[in-house]
Ligand binder design. Sequence first.
Ligand SMILES: C[S@@+](CC[C@H](N)C(=O)[O-])C[C@H]1O[C@@H](n2cnc3c(N)ncnc32)[C@H](O)[C@@H]1O
Length: 488
Amino acid sequence: MLAPPVTGAPWAPNMPLPGSSKENSREFRRSRRHRTALCLLGGAVASHRLCSQRAAVRTRRRIRELAAVRTDEATSRFVTWMDSSSIKRSAKLEILPDKEGRCVVCTQRFDRGELLVQLPAAAAISVEMSPEAPLTPELKALEPWWRKHPRSSIRLAAKLVFQREQFGPYIDMLYPLEQIYAPWRWKEQDLQFLPQSLVLKAQARKEALEAAYQDLEQEGLSDAIPEDLFLRAHHAVASRAFAGEGEVPSSRAAALAVGGLSIFAAGSAAALGVTSVDFAAMAGAALMAASGAVVVTSQSPQVLSLLPMIDQVNHRSGAPPDLQFDPTNGLWQLRATRAYEPGEEIVFSYGDKDSDALLLQHGFVEEDNGADQLRLMVPEAGSFGLSAEVKSELAEAGIEELCFDGSLEKLPVSKRSLTEVVEATLRCAAGDCRRSEDAKVAQEVSSPGIGRVLLCWRGERRKLLKAAATQWQAGVEVTKHPNVGERL
Ligand SMILES: C[S@@+](CC[C@H](N)C(=O)[O-])C[C@H]1O[C@@H](n2cnc3c(N)ncnc32)[C@H](O)[C@@H]1O
């Protein structure tokens, strides 16, 4: 059975985070630095062991204090809702405010393999990914719209909002619209600072969502599914849903029948250069199965799921989540992929995503991202010194963009052409990303949040351009163009 609606205070959307969250996270970082400093000092007079014991005690006390201050109302309601939905989290975990959202922090040591979260399949919020999948009875009111919109990311967003009586406390934990920095939310004036390839993807997503919502309005469903909630829900699906195999639980059939499972963050859509989460999910599942990481044995349909609590965990490049589905008991289980010390944030990798993919799908950029690679559109003929002749040679070879990941030499073009096209492409990209223009960019964008993300993306981009220029000039014998690398 799906969890019954939580009774008590009526649910109101858009519960704001307490204004003090920034202060709190600053305080938390300060306390961490303070701890480190104390630990270093202590090391001069006491054994390292004693120092770490004291630090651990201080950490625990500090975490308790901070948790008491920071447990905002929305989080409290979410925790109560999780309890009523039989979602179990380790007592050693806290959900705490972090920058503009929240993060999951451990209050006591975790050993590798220890259970972090356990979620019954019936508590997952899922839709079948097949366009022809029958509607569950609870969603019958959406029928004509549902048939017209086969994309499961859009369907799942609509379902989440339509059933908000049931999922209200979960929805309250999602980012408000003004804190979603994925470029499909940006104004035209902000998009000018991104390369065309990203702009096109962002616009395609925006248009798809606008079209889906227009149809909801035409079907008279705008009260049942208000627009701001629909957009927030869609961002949540795009940035935190998981694809796997199973059946969508309804009030009549709650059990998941799963023989094998493949999961991955549906957000790979951007990495694959598509705007449909559905396609990315299929591709992701196939890739994982092919790599032997997961054995897909069941004939069950593909489902796209939001997994409350598991999706409170933030991204850091590295190990993917150790998320398993136990078909016998119908339970999702998230386990620690390594040991965690008290005070550490629990994180996992949403996938090997470069800066562009993270920005497009999630609206953030990670510093020194190990998965970063550089994909650049080949400039127009005649621009940046790229001759029409070379451009047409590339066009014949079907090359529209370059990927700087060491595979440049495999391009089926002559070395002379390669030289010209690489130089032109790097110059073109460097021109878009000059450090000297950062101040102007920050001033012109429409919100400080977007400005922050954009400057972070530009900084990472410059690092990549520099690395690409160096790697390429060292790897291929060319006549160096005087401008390449200069404006990075
Ligand atoms: C699965 S949710 C994680 C929980 C989220 N922080 C929250 O408060 O609900 C994914 C979203 O969290 C944020 N996020 C996750 N990892 C991040 C990171 N390393 N840096 C900045 N934002 C991050 C992004 O907005 C992303 O779309």
